[in-house]
Design a protein around this ligand. Structure first.
Ligand SMILES: Nc1nc2c(ncn2[C@@H]2O[C@H](COP(=O)(O)OP(=O)(O)OP(=O)(O)O)[C@@H](O)[C@H]2O)c(=O)[nH]1
Ligand SMILES: [Mg+2]
Length: 257
């Protein structure tokens, strides 16, 4: 049996991680692909899917708050660090499914998974060779050129912290007008167009900073390709899947039909 591919959906709060995890599994299942869902958010409430492996079976945000007298933010930090203590159990549970794809939904607060040690530790522990990050850019924060630059910077920062292969996904793209979507797509494939849009924004410290940040981003331009997705009709999911296939299997397709 081939080893599983681990796909981690990471993004700012409310960027659409849980919805994409659900839709990705649905899409795969319709195509005869075998995937399981893993929830790594101990504070998750009302997930749109029923996770096959669920961190809440080991760690509960509410319990940590009560036991240690912590507020929600302090408890989230404690939970993030406790995640690392449960990696053996999580790994065993995942392996028991003998699946091809493991779709991992990460905590609502990006910084808990990206900037603390637990996230990187878990990815390395589960499988450092067969892991890919799906980084979700929230369209509501990316409509202006400087907003888009700030989102790219977060994505690069995530790549810098974790150091695994990464695909940039523009989630919830159905919330954008066609015009805005086309503009963001153009910015993502052509750094000069993005630079021109930044220069055309009203003069401000943010514009100046964006120009500096753009220099950094252009050094990492291979990272910038964007894959728009949306929850309606599995929009864009096939493109993300194809990119993942290219990454790990040289394009070999596991689809059964
Ligand atoms: N229109 C539209 N709404 C979406 C899409 N994906 C998610 N949403 C909505 O955006 C909100 C947040 O979605 P979630 O999937 O919970 O986002 P999340 O990143 O898991 O959120 P946290 O875990 O709380 O950080 C929900 O109200 C979703 O219904 C999409 O593709 N299109
Ligand atoms: Mg979520």
């Amino acid at each position: 049996m081939k080893e599983e591919i681990f796909i981690y959906f990471i993004g700012t709060a409310g960027s659409g991680k849980s919805t994409l995890t659900y839709n990705f599994q649905q899409w795969m299942s319709l195509r005869g692909l075998d995937a399981i869902t893993v929830n790594l958010d101990p504070g998750a409430e009302n997930l749109p899917y029923d996770p096959d492996v669920d961190i809440r079976d080991w760690i509960s945000l509410k319990e940590i708050m009560e036991t240690y007298g912590l507020g929600p933010n302090g408890a989230q930090i404690a939970c993030a660090d406790m995640l690392a203590l449960n990696t053996s159990d999580i790994k065993r549970s995942i392996e028991a499914f003998k699946t091809d794809y493991v779709l991992i939904d990460t905590p609502g607060q990006l910084e808990l998974f990206v900037f603390r040690e637990a996230g990187k530790y878990i990815i390395k522990f589960l499988n450092p060779e067969r892991s890919i990050i799906g980084y979700l850019l929230d369209p509501s924060l990316a409509k202006t050129a400087t907003g888009f630059v700030s989102q790219l910077l977060l994505s690069i920062n995530t790549n810098f912290r974790l150091g695994f292969s990464q695909i940039n996904i523009l989630s919830k793209s159905d919330m954008l007008s066609n015009e805005d979507l086309e503009q963001i797509k153009n910015w993502s494939i052509d750094i000069e167009t993005l630079g021109n849009s930044v220069i055309n924004e009203e003069a401000s410290i943010y514009r100046e900073m964006s120009e500096g940040i753009l220099k950094l981003i252009s050094e990492f331009s291979s990272q910038n390709k964007l894959f728009p997705t949306g929850k309606v009709d599995f929009y864009g999911i096939e493109d993300v899947y194809t990119q993942i296939q290219l990454q790990f299997l040289g394009g070999e397709d596991l689809m059964s039909d």
